[in-house]
Design a protein around this ligand. Structure first.
Ligand code: DC
Length: 386
């Protein structure tokens, strides 16, 4: 059989194997982000575009003069921009898979009818390269394989531990949660756990403003606190539950924010929460953020990041966040709270906040959320591919 037809068989086999796999992908996987920063949805959109363009080119090369100029969308512009403007974001996924399947069946039919006398006919690409019809078909197959492999990698990412520590308000939680979503990991916000213990203490008269917390009773009570993270059904965001109730809104108030550093300084409390966190990360595949993750909880984490930003930049973020939630603090009050927490977190005896020697430092004072997310995603892929 001519190699052209062998290629064709390989294309059909891939379509056969991948159609049910793609159909079965959950929304979570479809929106994950691959190493070249495309979502699975964008990769499939790109493959739909590739099947359609190649069909046109193959037909042209059999009926037009040679060499024949034909636009090269990927190289004329920027491939990422070309992918981004093919907006498949609102398209029904099952429809996209069907479109991809039938465009490939059509392409395979076109390939099976290629006139062997035209195989050396050439296409002049946008970059001035000459590509023979024959090579175009084998390039199509490798390109298809390459991107299906990318999807496979996104479906089954290797499991590592990503430890993200840093100052209050350094944007680490936002960045950590987005990385976990993008790569299909669990996100564990350990600050939320210290906050929940504080809330429990306040509700049971063990923690009060202006008084030392009742350390013994509080750490004993941890056995009665069933803490677990559960994704919100609508947003998919990980939320902390305590004894059957979602405590997210209550643990984020400025009041709890003022008390939590004192609770987090209690050694018995830390010991118990650290053990819980180690258990949560036992099977890896987690992004955990806090103050001591890279130094105490998972000193062997494969990727460690230490995030920081100028106190004013961090206070501004917290201030905006609190106002969005309907609280009305003064900026000076929030800044004071940030500085005070830096001081307590950084000078406490047990596990003071510090950068692990092998952690990457990220100062994000002047970075947008998107830039931070992209930076972290790059570090993640660098780590799992090294
Ligand atoms: O990140 P956050 O603001 O939600 O953290 C709340 C408090 O808990 C903060 O004062 C630091 C402390 N904390 C800690 O000591 N160790 C952690 N692993 C996480 C948070």
């Amino acid at each position: 059989m001519h190699s052209l037809q062998t290629n064709n068989q390989a294309i059909l086999k891939l379509v056969d194997a991948w159609t049910p796999r793609l159909m079965g992908l959950t929304n979570d996987v479809i929106n994950r982000i691959s190493h070249h920063h495309w979502t699975v949805r964008e990769i499939l959109g790109h493959l739909i575009d590739s099947a359609s363009n190649n069909t046109h080119r193959i037909i042209h090369l059999q009926y037009q003069y040679t060499p024949f100029p034909f636009p090269d969308y990927a190289r004329n512009g920027n491939n990422d921009r070309w992918v981004a403007i093919q907006d498949y974001k609102t398209e029904n996924w099952a429809d996209m898979v069907q479109l991809w399947k039938y465009l490939n069946l059509h392409l395979a039919h076109v390939i099976s009818r290629i006139d062997p006398g035209k195989l050396r006919n050439k296409w002049i690409s946008g970059a001035g390269r000459h590509v023979a019809l024959e090579d175009m078909v084998s390039d199509y197959l490798s390109h298809l394989r390459l991107h299906l492999d990318d999807i496979e990698a996104v479906m089954h990412p290797p499991k590592i531990i990503v430890a993200i520590d840093g100052h209050a308000g350094s944007g680490k939680s936002t960045m950590a949660a987005e990385l976990a979503r993008a790569v299909g990991y669990a996100y564990i916000d350990t600050g939320a756990m210290y906050r929940a213990v504080t809330l429990y203490g306040v509700e049971h008269g063990l923690v009060e403003e202006g008084r030392r917390p009742n350390a013994d009773k509080l750490s004993e009570s941890i056995a009665d606190m069933h803490l677990y993270f559960f994704p919100d059904v609508l947003t998919g965001r990980s939320e902390l539950w305590m004894n059957g109730r979602c405590v997210e809104p209550e643990i984020r108030t400025i009041y709890i924010g003022r008390l939590v550093s004192h609770v987090a300084a209690i050694t018995q409390v830390r010991k118990k929460l650290v053990a819980m966190q180690q258990e949560m990360g036992r099977d890896k595949g987690v992004v955990m953020d806090g103050r001591d993750i890279g130094t105490v909880v998972f000193p062997d984490a494969e990727l460690k990041v230490f995030a920081t930003a100028a106190p004013e930049a961090r206070a501004k973020r917290r201030y905006d966040e609190l106002r969005l939630k309907g609280e009305n603090p003064s900026f000076a009050e929030v800044l004071r709270n940030v500085r005070q927490r830096d001081h307590i977190d950084g000078t406490r005896k047990d596990s003071p906040l510090r950068q692990a020697f092998d952690a990457l430092l990220l100062d994000n004072s002047y970075m947008s959320t998107e830039e931070q997310n992209a930076w972290l995603l790059n570090q993640f892929y660098k780590t799992i591919r090294s």
